[in-house]
Write a protein that binds this ligand. Structure first.
Ligand code: SF4
Length: 247
């Protein structure tokens, strides 16, 4: 299958009406297998042509590989960043650099409460006592609201990242959000990511080169030693491995 970039651009904005969940699921079942082995750019082209302005890309700003791919295929595409209020300054700097250098529409979404308001209601450092609740308030709920204008969202999820993500489909159905979840680089290895970054001069969060291969909120992310599971620095010392956005 091949879609032209021009067609993808021309179709953006064509789909302004909400499709029903049944219609969206039908799209997933029809296209999921067909796009499983397609290059990332083709997957993004397909999503932009199929969903128009109701398709966005999300980025946690560990790197900007997905934003870079999407900007190349669909200039002006919405890139959604979830600003939890607990990010490292390097992550905010990466977001700002992406907004300044890539042809994307960078949208930062924030939780209902500031960190100070959350502290006042739930007590200081909720992340240390109830990280699931903290993630629900600062990640899962705001992202669900931030994605309410879209029928489909793309993530940088990769099967190589952790065993929990092994089955991440390229085109899947997010039953909780009732949206199409697109993972254009699901099949990419670590080496493929590194090659794409090097060949395209892609912006990378400087913490990646300082012992943080997987970057989340500052209080819940620690350095990992070379050879350790890259995601072992997330919620280290607890059983928690995911924030709930992808489960
Ligand atoms: S990663 Fe930590 S600080 Fe960030 S929302 Fe989850 S529990 Fe809270």
């Amino acid at each position: 299958m091949s879609l032209s970039t021009a067609a993808a651009r021309a179709n953006r904005g064509a789909h302004t009406e909400n499709r029903t969940p049944e219609e969206l699921r039908e799209i997933v079942s029809h296209w999921g297998a067909e796009l499983e082995l397609a290059p990332a750019e083709v997957i993004i082209e397909w999503a932009a042509a199929t969903f128009g302005e109701r398709f966005c890309v999300t980025s946690s700003m560990g790197d900007s590989v997905l934003a870079h791919l999407a900007a190349k295929v669909v200039p002006g595409i919405d890139v959604v960043f979830l600003d939890t209020g607990y990010h490292f300054i390097e992550t905010i700097g990466t977001r700002d650099a992406v907004a300044a250098t890539l042809p994307v529409n960078l949208l930062s979404i924030t939780p209902k409460q500031t960190v100070a308001e959350q502290d006042a209601q739930y007590g200081k450092d909720l992340y240390a006592r109830d990280p699931d609740l903290c993630c629900a308030l600062r990640k899962v709920q705001p992202l669900a609201e931030g994605l309410s204008h879209y029928d489909a969202w793309a993530t940088g999820l990769r099967r190589a990242e952790t065993h929990n993500r092994v089955i991440a489909p390229v085109i899947g159905w997010d039953a909780k959000k009732q949206k199409v979840k697109v993972s254009p680089i699901a099949r990419w290895s670590d080496e493929q990511v590194e090659t794409y970054i090097a060949e395209n001069g892609v912006l990378v969060n400087p913490l990646v080169y300082d012992g943080y291969p997987s970057i989340g909120c500052a209080p819940c992310t620690r350095r990992v030693a070379p050879g350790e599971d890259p995601r072992s620095g997330r919620w280290a010392g607890t059983n928690k491995t995911e924030c709930g956005i992808h489960t």
